[in-house]
Write a protein that binds this ligand. Structure first.
Ligand code: TYD
Length: 209
């Protein structure tokens, strides 16, 4: 089974992924947790380029192809082998991030992005996607606080440095895209406390195990 987590910055995806991994392992499943960008060796190199504040000269199209390259490598080297081994794979971001950030956020055509993603994922679309939803201003506030605390603003802050308007567009994009794919993408209210958010996730995952 393949589960992905999506949402704007600062929704608490990684905290919830840790809780879900533990929950599933206690039920006896083998779980692989991974992420994008940077889930493979090549992907780690691409992540540096993609998230560094110094990448101001990266064009929108190059950005798109680097995310797709990261994904193709990730699917073939990590995700597919783990699924074939019978593991549950949980990825922090995946193909929907491209459709929403490069599409609704940057203005590329979502339908074209869906087709390019088809090449990158090679048949490996998620079985279930959890969209952690929060107001853009609140998410950005949480993410920026975290980056400053972890001293990662320079290395990983390229998207956090985008305007509130960009993040609002991304949030709305996620909601639109989720409505178009409601069988696979399930919305979670991420403004609640950690337990309240996990309770919603647990119920959704239980229903699709
Ligand atoms: P990351 O540090 O993983 O963000 P977060 O902590 O919010 O999960 O950085 C990933 C950034 O890359 C994030 O801002 C969204 C962006 N992104 C895209 O624009 N397109 C993509 O296809 C992916 C996977 C990520």
């Amino acid at each position: 089974m393949f589960i992905t987590f999506e949402g704007i910055e600062g929704t608490g995806k990684s905290t919830q992924i840790t809780l879900l991994k533990k929950y599933l392992e206690e039920k006896g499943y083998e779980v692989l947790v991974t992420l994008e960008p940077g889930g493979s060796r090549i992907g780690k190199e691409l992540r540096k380029i993609l998230l560094n504040m110094e990448s101001t000269d990266l064009t929108g199209e190059s950005e798109l192809f680097l995310y797709l390259a990261d994904r193709a490598q990730h699917v073939s080297q990590m995700i597919k082998p783990a699924i074939d081994d019978g593991k549950i794979v949980i990825s922090d971001r995946f193909a929907d991030s491209t459709i929403v950030y490069q599409g609704y956020g940057r203005g590329l055509e979502p339908k074209l992005l869906r087709e390019l993603n088809d090449v990158a994922v090679a048949g490996c679309w998620p079985d279930l996607t959890l969209l952690l939803d929060i107001e853009a201003a609140e998410g950005l506030r949480r993410a920026t606080t975290r980056n400053i605390r972890d001293n990662k603003m320079m290395e990983e802050g390229r998207f956090e440095a985008e305007s509130l308007e960009f993040h609002s567009r991304v949030r709305e994009g996620y909601l639109t895209w989720a409505a178009l794919n409601h069988e696979r993408i399930k919305e979670v209210d991420a403004s609640r406390d950690i337990e309240g958010v996990f309770e919603q996730i647990r119920e959704i995952v239980e229903a699709s195990l």
